[in-house]
Design a protein around this ligand. Sequence first.
Ligand code: SAM
Length: 261
Amino acid sequence: MAWQETVILCNACGETYPIIDGIPFMVHRTERPQPVDGGFDAIAQVYDSTLPPHVTEHYLNKRVKFISERMQRGMVLDVGGGTGALAQRMMEAGYQVVGTDASLGMLRVYRSRTSSVPVGALAHALPFRSEAFQGVVCVALLHHIAQTNSVRASLAEMYRVLRRGGTLIIWDHNPANPYWPVLMKKVPQDSGQERLIPLLEICHGLRLAGVCSVQVFKKGFVPDFVPPVLLPVLQWLEEAVERIPLVRGWAAHNVVVVHKE
Ligand SMILES: C[S@@+](CC[C@H](N)C(=O)[O-])C[C@H]1O[C@@H](n2cnc3c(N)ncnc32)[C@H](O)[C@@H]1O
């Protein structure tokens, strides 16, 4: 289907949007990437094998466990959900998940692996009504958005679409972790345009969006190069180190949890 073909009409703003391969692509025409561009469209087919399978499994299980312990079952929005690996696991755990992403290539993979239809959208302009979702998750997205204003606008959008009593979980790269510059040079999705977002900037953006209090966790020490046989030991060590004040400040991820009052 051609990019130019429009199917959806927004009666509020008059903008039209295409449905491409069954995926509503709700990105304003002035912000649409070219049909065949680099970035995530180009690497979508290999994205899921960027890390060794046992390491990918470790982080998926860790995230689903963390989310399940804090977020009620219900309708959840996965912002920058990529190929839908987390969405699929969350569905298996009893959530209904709507995935959104800016990359059509990533969304095509998402659509092929899950039973749900994802929506093309930019994080700073989510095409959903306010308070539509019981939960919002966002994993490894903000450092790709990078620009201060867009990061701020994206945080505000995630909070806007969250219903009262709902939970927002932001899981992003921790700039204090010394291994990121090494790993980011190795993986195809990182082009050098990224900016790791400091925890204080995330918290400040949330405060500007109206958030009164956040919980912060430091998560992840298992590196990509750990051999499968050593994974159980590393998992045990990771949990131990995540509990040590100061040292956990070097964890791979800042995880910010917001409960909307
Ligand atoms: C590193 S991937 C993470 C994907 C998934 N959350 C995961 O954990 O595997 C970052 C994703 O963010 C998407 N992305 C980048 N900028 C975006 C934006 N402004 N709005 C929405 N998605 C964006 C990319 O297309 C990509 O799929």
